[in-house]
Ligand binder design. Structure first.
Ligand code: SF4
Length: 269
């Protein structure tokens, strides 16, 4: 049992009932939802179908996903990852289709963030920028635990809060550094390897980075070496906003050491 699970807060029945699923994932006793989604086979090739067909397939697969998720919460084992396209890949493809007429959030701007000629309320094109990433010891106790919450701060926001406590990074879309999904995966993997209890995407409101987070999610959803290779090949084909070249898997996931860390930041999400 880790030090997170030893905290006295879990003795409170209300907290335990509400967050026991999170604790199971944090302790690696249960898989995160994105790993379950990777086991649900899609009945089509996401890259070859219309957006309407993708939405219809999402409708069909959602009850299957929920049934599998409930079964796993009740103790069932995680099935093997799908051999072909999965619900996770379907969601990733849908996110990129939506990015071309962005309606990620209620602003419903309908701008083409891939083309980037016109911005919506969040002022972002397809690239995501990260201000800092670090072990956050200022989050609520069940998130920060003893090793911290692995917090990755995106810049920009769609909410325009006048009194935002993170206004220095959420109101300036050019703050931080442009970060492609592979580097985001490296940050998350490094924080987790360093002992963080969770990965905490904050900013700014993070749904505006939905496409980036869905692209990095398959990194470890697929447990087989073959699927990891397949995922990396797909990500390599996906053009980055900066047009940068590919990076080796070893560079991506094992050696990136938080060079942008900002240990003095004391904000919370
Ligand atoms: S994510 Fe940005 S561009 Fe898309 S709807 Fe929201 S504010 Fe508009």
């Amino acid at each position: 049992m880790s030090d997170l699970a030893k905290l006295g807060i879990w003795d409170d029945p209300a907290i335990f009932d509400a967050l026991s699923g999170y604790l199971d994932v944090a302790e690696n006793r249960r898989p995160a939802k994105f790993r379950i989604a990777a086991t649900v086979a899609a009945g089509l090739d996401p890259a070859a179908e219309s957006e309407d067909a993708l939405w219809a397939e999402l409708e069909r697969l959602t009850p299957l996903f929920l049934a599998r998720w409930r079964a796993i919460r009740a103790g069932a084992r995680l099935p093997p990852a799908s051999d072909g396209p999965s619900l996770l890949e379907l969601c990733r493809e849908l996110a990129y289709r939506m990015l071309g007429h962005c309606n990620f959030c209620p602003w419903n701007c309908r701008v083409d963030r891939v083309g980037g000629a016109k911005f919506g309320a969040c002022k972002l094109a397809s690239g995501s920028r990260v201000s800092s990433h670090f072990h956050h010891m200022g989050e609520e106790l069940f998130y920060r635990g003893t090793e911290g919450s692995g917090t990755i701060f995106f810049t920009s926001c769609n909410m325009r809060g006048a009194f935002c406590q993170n206004g220095d990074i959420s109101t300036d879309k050019d703050n931080g550094e442009e970060t492609d999904p592979r580097t985001l995966a490296s940050m998350a993997w490094t924080l987790r390897r360093e002992g963080c209890h969770n990965i905490n995407w904050v900013g700014g409101e993070v749904v505006i980075h939905l496409h980036a987070s869905l692209t990095l999610s398959p990194s470890w959803a697929a447990t087989s070496r073959r699927r990891r290779r397949s995922w990396l090949a797909q990500v390599r084909r996906r053009p980055t906003a900066s047009g940068s070249s590919t990076t080796s898997p070893r560079q991506l996931f094992l050696t990136e050491r938080s060079t942008h860390r900002c240990s003095g930041t004391a904000t919370s999400s």
